[in-house]
Each structure stands twice: as C-alpha cells, then as structure tokens.
Design a protein around this ligand. Structure first.
Ligand SMILES: [Zn+2]
Length: 433
C-alpha cells in the first residue's frame, strides 16, 4: 500500500519531536481496538446495549469524552444531546464528521460507533499537524436509531431545524416512559432541542462513514463504496378495528377479525413493494384482546415503505392504502391510518460523493456507488443544506441490528484510511469555495 498523503507530507516536513511524529500518524488499527474496547464496555452476550437515553449510551459518551480529553478540542453537548468535539482551524467555517454512538437493543458492535471512532482517529491525525484550513468538528448524534421511542434521527433532525416537539412529546417506550422524561433524565429539554440548530452555522460540509448493513458490497467483493443517495421513507400506523368475540361461540362467517385483515394487508404490502421495486415492511402487529380464546377486535400494524424515487414511493403508499381499503371492506373491519414519520429521498452532494469515490479508489483500488436503504444522520444534514456524503464499508453477510453484525478488521482499517482521505479532500474542496 502506498503511503497516505499525511505520511508523505510528514516525510517532507521539518524535523519534529519523535512524540509528535508518532502521534500524527493515522493508526487505523487503533480504531479497531477502540471499537472492541467500547463493545466490551457497553455490550453483553446479546450484543451492543447502547439504547439512546440509557446508562449504556451515557457510558459510551463518557468513554468518547475521555478519549477526546487527550486532544486540543473543545468538547460540548448541545441542546438536543448531540456531542461535539471541535478542532479549531484557520477558518471558523467547519467540516463536520459524524455518526452515532447509540445502538438498537442487542445491536451490532459497529453500527454508528464506527463512524464516530474513525472520526476520532482522523481528529488525532489532524490535531498533531498544522491547523486545518477549516475547523473540523466531530459529532456524535443523539438517538439516531429511534429504537426506544420509534423516532429516528432525533438529534440530527433537531440540529437541522426539523424536529417538532409536539410530534414526539407523546411517544412512550416499552416500559411506558415518555420521551420528554427520558431526555430530561439525560439533561435534555425537548422544547429547547431546536436550539441545537446554531451548531450548523458555518457548516461547509458533512461526511459520515458507516457500515453498509446490507449485502451489496460483499456480493461485489469490494470493501468500500460511496453513497450516492438515501431512500425516501413513509412510516405509518395502520389500525384495523373489527369486533372482539369468543373463539368458541363465534361462527367463522360471523367474524370481524382485525388480525386476519392485518395479515392479508402485510402480504399485500409485500406484493406492492415487489411490483414497485421498493421495500415494504410490516414490522409489528399488536392485537387486542390478544388472548388465545378471542377473535382480535383490534390490530395495530406498523408500516415502513422505502424507495429511492419519490414518485415511486408515493405510488407505493397509494397502492398500499387502496389494498388496505379493499381488504377492510372484504373482512368487514374499519381501517385508519396515522403517519408517524416520513422523509424524502435525498441525493448527496455530487462533488463530495466524487471526493469519497476517489478516496475509496485510493485506498482500496475500486469504488462502487450505491444508494442507502437505511436512514442516516447525513440525510438530515443534506436536508439542512449542508453538502453531505457518506462512505460505506462492507458488512459480512449483510447483517446489522443484530449481534452477528461484523466487518473484517482489514476492511475497517481501510475504511478509516478512506475517511481520512475524504476528510483531507473535503477540507481542500470546502476551503476553495
Ligand atoms: Zn447507524
């Protein structure tokens, strides 16, 4: 492998103290060690346990703060609970590098934290050299996963000015804790979360490294890819209401079975997604009364539709609505829809995507351009008008949000190198604009 640009620059630089010289080298193997360290600290036999607004997540943030304490950076937590580390550059304009430390319950060891810990390594490399042309700010977004309250990208959407407190105020976790309470326990006032918006003042670009979480790069035999855009998402709660009735006393033709309607709906969603070349998932269905001896009088199903094309996403939604209506009529139940969240497909900045592609080609020889099905904080940054792009590293067997999530250590190291390259190019690019 050829020396990285920072190493070449070092070789040409004035002689310096050995400690500084060693400290200024990018050390991708250290990132892998630190990811393992974080997993030992906050994971268990079931997987990563850094659910947002819990002790495991707070512990991960303290761990990061302790690592940052060795660097000449200003560490702050904003009004939405996002953690920032700023390395002053020659301009107050800033290049943001970020991802998230929170995980789903029993999640994988790399989802989110890879981008943060790799960003830490890039900060170390930059901090040891001359001040960069722009200020560089590492951000660990709060509650990217939405795994506890069902609302994804909470911290980044607050910073983007898109979080409406009343939309999330009533959300409860599985234990009945309200979202505002959980935030308050971590020092975050939901009604002031939007003030985090000022953190984006002067933001010139945003870069995020993440595991792919799907099988595309592995199938292609490539370690890394540049993300061109992210899928649009429609999330709804679809409530079927029939009549609860005794399982022994109610003839089959007299039933108004809410679960039977929801089950047919789930199959219809699958057909619509296949026809539209999108993704459709009914991830949860809750029945009432929910006992073995009763026909379900109520069934609440979640719906998640995704497509990279906005028009196709709208068609998918229209088709699933029509299917639900037809099924409800046949099953003699009522159906009601409640949108819980949506986001348009987002195209990343073509020039920044090009820089990411070059960075990947430099360290890995070849780059694949791909869309992202999963959501990422980078989408919120792009919506906020910050030129954004992402790098993906291969996920083994395409698994994520599970303890089996994994990536080869050599690919993780390549990913750190690619992020470092992309940061250097993005700094030069943004400084020239
Ligand atoms: Zn993630």
């Amino acid at each position: 492998m050829s020396p990285t640009s920072d190493e070449s620059a070092l070789a040409a630089a004035e002689p310096m103290a050995e400690g500084v010289r060693l400290g200024s080298r990018l050390d991708p193997a250290r990132t892998v060690q630190e990811l393992r360290e974080l997993h030992r600290l906050t994971g268990d036999a079931e997987g990563a346990q850094r659910l947002c607004w819990t002790d495991g997540w707070l512990q991960a943030r303290e761990w990061l703060a302790a690592k940052l304490a060795d660097l000449p950076v200003l560490v702050e937590t904003d009004e939405a609970g996002n953690q920032w580390a700023s390395l002053p550059g020659r301009s107050p304009r800033a290049l943001l590098v970020g991802s998230h430390l929170d995980s789903v319950a029993a999640g994988g060891w790399l989802d989110g934290c890879l981008g943060v810990v790799a960003g830490l390594e890039v900060l170390r490399r930059l901090a040891a050299g001359d001040p960069p042309p722009l200020t560089v700010r590492l951000v660990s977004w709060a509650d990217e996963e939405g795994a506890r309250f069902g609302r994804s990208l909470l911290g980044s959407s607050a910073a983007a000015g898109r979080l409406v407190p009343d939309d999330v105020r009533g959300l409860l976790d599985a234990g009945g804790v309200a979202l505002p309470e959980a935030l308050a326990a971590c020092g975050v006032d939901l009604d002031r979360a939007g003030e985090s918006r000022r953190r984006l003042e002067g933001a010139a670009a945003y870069l995020e490294l993440h595991i792919e979480q799907g099988p595309v790069l592995e199938r292609l035999g490539l370690p890394l890819g540049a993300v061109v855009d992210t899928f649009g998402v429609e999330r709804h709660l679809v409530r079927f209401t029939g009549q609860a009735a005794h399982a022994g006393a109610t003839p089959m033709d007299a039933r108004r079975d809410a679960f039977a309607a929801a089950a047919r709906f789930a199959l219809a969603v699958r057909d619509v997604a296949a026809r539209c070349a999108g993704l459709g998932t009914v991830g949860r269905a809750v029945m009432r009364p929910g006992i073995v001896t009763a026909v379900a009088g109520l069934c609440e199903a979640t719906l998640d539709l995704r497509h990279v094309d906005g028009g196709a996403l709208r068609s998918m939604l229209a088709e699933t609505r029509a299917a639900a209506g037809a099924i409800a009529a046949e099953e003699r139940v009522e159906v009601a829809w409640e949108r819980t969240w949506r986001i348009d497909p987002i195209a990343f900045d073509p020039e920044l995507v090009g820089l990411c592609e070059e960075a990947v080609a430099d360290v890995a020889g070849r780059c694949h351009r791909l869309p992202s099905g999963p959501l990422h904080d980078a989408a919120e940054m792009a919506i906020a008008g910050v030129p954004s792009a992402m790098l993906f590293v291969q996920s083994l067997r395409g698994l994520s949000h599970a303890r089996e999530e994994d990536t080869r250590p050599e690919h993780l190291e390549l990913a750190v190198r690619a992020l470092d390259r992309a940061v250097s190019s993005a700094l030069a690019w943004a400084a020239g604009r």
